[in-house]
Design a protein around this ligand. Structure first.
Ligand code: KIV
Length: 254
């Protein structure tokens, strides 16, 4: 049985740290469902690690729905969040409509990138009782404008802005805030300042939880690995070794 989505926000008060990974298909979700994780994210990172795009900016709502459904089928005990992809939530109306579609596909939460500019969209979704996870810091959907993946919040002005964005999202009642590539001391300060849990990725050790892209954890996407991600397996090598040995045996049967 799944915990209620409210349990995510409540986990901060109980001191339970949130362990989270991405998942994009049924076998991963079903396997991860037995691993004691708190949250599976159908991230728009699927654009890179599953669909082969250079970044997440081309991911569509159809892609997200297509991958959310099998993850929801596999995750019987673990909460599932799904990303609102680039261009899917530029107005409160489109954000709400697309959040509803992700909910119908089986997501317990929708995740939306952005700070103060995203507040009207977050408000509209929350007003419909759909739980929302915020996402601050490095925003992959803006990687092209930003010219790469850079740590955020090192300058006082940027730090003030991120802190006040986090407070504003928290005040609206988001279930959690992902902090991606946020300067570690600032991530700690934000974590102390908000009532909702923070879930870090490349943001130091003092968030209320951590998330990683599954493919980075298991070494299944060797072409691009963020510095903060330490692979704990080498699935790419295992897969190639199995395929080469199979191909060799088909050509030269024993
Ligand atoms: O798309 C994604 O996988 C994400 C995580 C990196 C947080 O947003």
């Amino acid at each position: 049985m799944k915990p209620a989505p409210d349990s995510l926000r409540a986990s901060k008060a109980s001191g339970r740290r949130i362990a989270s990974l991405t998942a994009y298909d049924f076998p991963a979700a079903r396997l991860l469902d037995d691993c004691g994780l708190d949250l599976l994210l159908v991230g728009d990172s699927l654009g890179m690690v599953v669909l082969g795009h250079p970044d997440t900016t081309q991911v569509t709502m159809e892609d997200m729905l297509h991958h959310t459904r099998p993850v929801a089928r596999g995750a019987e005990k673990t909460l599932v969040a799904s990303d609102l992809p680039a261009g899917s939530c530029s107005t409160p109306e489109s954000a709400l409509q697309n959040a509803r579609r992700l909910r119908e596909a089986g997501a317990d939460f929708v995740k939306i990138e952005g700070g103060r500019e995203a507040l009207p969209m977050v408000e509209a979704i929350l007003a419909d009782k759909i739980p929302v996870i915020g996402h601050l810091g490095m925003l992959p959907q803006r990687v092209r404008e930003e010219g790469g993946y850079h740590v955020k919040g090192k300058s006082p002005a940027e730090a003030d802005r991120l802190l006040s964005d986090a407070r504003a999202l928290d005040a609206l009642g988001v279930s959690a805030i992902v902090l991606e590539l946020v300067h570690a001391p600032l991530a700690t300060e934000i974590t102390r300042a908000v009532a909702c849990p923070t879930i870090g990725i490349g943001s130091g050790q003092h968030c209320d939880g951590n998330i990683l892209v599954l493919h980075d954890l298991v070494g299944l996407y060797p072409w691009f690995r963020p510095k903060f991600a330490q692979p704990r397996a080498n699935f790419a090598a295992e897969l190639q070794s199995a395929a080469r040995s199979y191909a060799g045996e088909v050509r030269n049967p024993k």
